[in-house]
Design a protein around this ligand. Structure first.
Ligand SMILES: Cc1cc2nc3c(=O)[nH]c(=O)nc-3n(C[C@H](O)[C@H](O)[C@H](O)COP(=O)(O)O)c2cc1C
Length: 210
């Protein structure tokens, strides 16, 4: 299968078998998320990988009782920074300097520009911006899972504050944004598995300006 075949094969699985996904495949899916682009390269989020069954059981009732939460192999929680701070911005710019092995005037000026802007901005606005970046990595993970021929279900249907409490995210300056159970589709139990994928036409989606 080429990539588009795999993306056609992918769907938002509504039932999973509980079968474990290999750690090699999970590592490749997480690496795709790590490699995702983000605004200013700040990567303002973390990914929590829940393998613990008791924690999955605790999350299920506050996620519309969706069975994929407990019947997946690994539950990925994309948690965005609750705000941008000087410390967080400096850490990423310092990391760039360390990895590239040099300091650059233009880059340092850009650091100052971000420092003069984000930390002064409303925390909620900063979180919303950070959450958008988390969604980019989330999307990369979904595509990578399909590439690995592993199922996943994007999930926004949950109570973020309750998930934050269970995982102790607020204390770490994080807020849960979106969930991604990863596992294998249960073809016997899933009502969606044989239904045709529905998408609007390319003409309705894309406008080409010559
Ligand atoms: C951000 C986001 C949140 C979603 N939340 C849920 C969810 O809570 N539960 C669910 O069963 N599906 C959820 N979905 C799946 C969508 O309904 C599904 O992707 C869409 O209908 C297209 O179908 P397909 O992914 O099967 O091709 C979500 C999808 C996205 C992208």
């Amino acid at each position: 299968m080429d990539l588009l075949d795999k993306l056609n094969w992918r769907y938002a699985a509504k039932a999973m078998t509980g079968e474990k996904v290999s750690e090699e495949k999970i590592a490749r899916i997480l690496e795709a998320a790590r490699l995702a682009p983000t605004s200013s390269g700040l990567q303002p989020f973390e990914i929590i990988v829940v393998k613990n069954q008791a924690i999955k059981e605790a999350i299920r009732p506050i996620a519309w009782n969706q069975s994929m939460i407990t019947d997946c192999s690994h539950l990925l929680v994309f948690a965005a920074w609750d705000t941008y701070t000087e410390e967080r911005i400096n850490k990423m710019f310092d990391l760039t300097n360390e990895i590239r092995g040099f300091k650059n005037e233009g880059w340092e000026a850009y650091r100052q520009k971000l420092l003069s802007f984000y930390p002064q901005q409303d925390a909620e606005e900063n979180f919303n911006h950070a959450a958008k970046q988390a969604y980019i990595a989330f999307s990369a993970a979904i595509i990578a899972a399909a590439y690995e021929e592993v199922d996943s279900t994007p999930i926004e249907g949950f109570e973020p504050e309750a998930v934050d409490k269970i995982l102790g995210l607020r204390e770490k300056g994080l807020r849960s944004t979106v969930l991604l159970p990863i596992g294998y589709r249960d073809t016997e139990k899933d009502w969606l598995v044989n239904l045709v994928k529905v998408r609007k036409s390319t003409e309705d989606l894309v406008t080409v300006i010559e």
